[in-house]
Design a protein around this ligand. Sequence first.
Ligand code: ATP
Length: 611
Amino acid sequence: MWEALSEPFRYPRPLGKDAAAPGSSQSGKRAKAKAKDWQGTLRRIWQYLAHRKGRLTLVLLMVIASSGLTLLGPYLIGMAIDDYLEGPGGRPWLLFLLGLACVYVLQSVVGWLQNIWMIQIAQEAVFRMRTDLFEQLHRLPIPFFGKRRQGDLMSRMTNDIDSVSSTLNSSAIQLFSSVLMLGGTIVVMLLLSPLLTLLTFLVVPLMALGMRWITRRTGALFKERQRNLGELNGFVEETLSGQRIIKAFSQEERVIHEFRKRNERIKQSGFWAQTISGFIPKLMNGLNNLSFAIIACVGGVLAIRGAITVGVIIVFVEYARQFTRPLNDLANQWNTLLSAIAGAERVFEVLDEEKEDVDESSAVSLDTVSGAVVFQEVSFSYEEGGETLKQISFEAKPGETIAIIGPTGAGKTSLIQLLSRFYDADGGKITLDGRDIQSIRRESLRSHMAFVLQDSFLFEGTIRDNIRYGKLDATDEQVEEAAKLANAHSFIMRLSGGYDRLLIADGSGISQGQRQLLAIARAILADPAILVLDEATSSIDTVSEIKIQEGLKRLMEGRTSFVIAHRLNTIREADRILVLKDGRLVEQGPHEELLSQEGLYSELFHGQLEQ
Ligand SMILES: Nc1ncnc2c1ncn2[C@@H]1O[C@H](COP(=O)(O)OP(=O)(O)OP(=O)(O)O)[C@@H](O)[C@H]1O
């Protein structure tokens, strides 16, 4: 029966991914990542549950006890009725009723225990799954995030995990108890009357066919709904974080219209998934009533002929109901289960992505570095076919300042991404202190670097905490010292609350220049050997500008600094200027030398830079 019900259900393959069949010959990580099938997903959910085997055994015992008690109830009712009909002198039917009361009380207690324990196991499993997902999200490489919307990832963390959670809490146990009840009821029915049992079974093929028709359609719809939900969340996240731009360009109406369209898609898939799966209980009810009628008619005739007692008919009617009830339950739980599997699959999809540190077993950690960086014929592209950086070679001695300039899209940011190993080069070699950076643990490499980017991210927390992000164990004095060196101290002291001023929602409430000063303080506190700066293109008022320049100067002292430079001063004072164009390093050298070459640099300098 179970086989018959489960057989027709097949998940559609996820879009754009050719999933391998379970048990395919591929081995290792890729095979695991590709095996997108519902059985595999169920197996993995089971692994999360199996952490509490002892508890789980207890729950199983409770389910067995509860099923046994449920089977006992109708039997006692039938006995009591037969004894009552026999009239005085028969067995004390009141005793049966008393027994029945005990059975019901016990059933409630057992049900309650089974519920509590299962919720506990389920919550722990979901807790572990959620933790795994969060940890994984923080171990995935930057390119992964480039391909996905944040909101969709958020949706996996919330909606998808939630749907797994609610299913594990109740449906999983109900499914198991339904299967048990089904087996138990069939056995007792056969013992009571094989003929009536056969008649009851008449409806089973109809049920199987109906379920097959329904689940074929709903499986794909539930998956589509989860995907649509993820996409909608991605869209909402994007529009909320881009509020200023949306308002500035008066795009509210268009955004609302787009939202309506996406919301409509969820409504459609949700509507059809729920409507079609809503047929399940109706179908079951109809067939239930049909089997009831058959038993009542045939049972009545048999009783009149004296072949069976009235008590047996009543027991049988009750059992027939109990026989279809687990089927009914199974059918009802089916759609919850489908949406949970769809959710779990989306969670496992992220868990199966390759982590950033997957091949770092042989990599080393560096305690101290002097900051000598060499690029040797480095090539790189984001996508196959294109070449973002072509054969870049240069050298930065410890403490030198390297200015990187070039037209937009020339590859300046990409060069920095390679240095910090957010991406890895396709060809050539980058060394730090003579060691290939591929052989250095990413965490260790980045701990020797600090970044001051145009848009420095501030976390919710106090100003002090935000500066301390550069070095978590820094004392309050060290934080203030860094802020003073960064020229941030005076503005912080003018804020109400000073260092304890709470910044919310990515530091709204402080100016762009002030954010940069905080980022500089953060970097000073981190005290790295290598510094990466992305100079702001937008002009800030002169006083702030001078303060930032001073702060940066102090920060850059004694460190190898890579500056995506826009200010003439920075470029002039750099030890070496790298001029990029279309991914090629076309010129390099100090300002005067490049000027005298009268190439692209001198052209840029006399054109844009001079302005
Ligand atoms: N994540 C990405 N995926 C694919 N292509 C990318 C990605 N990031 C950048 N590119 C492409 O790589 C090229 C170099 O981009 P990069 O950001 O390094 O330029 P840039 O010199 O820093 O430009 P800008 O001065 O405008 O910041 C561009 O053509 C860009 O379109």
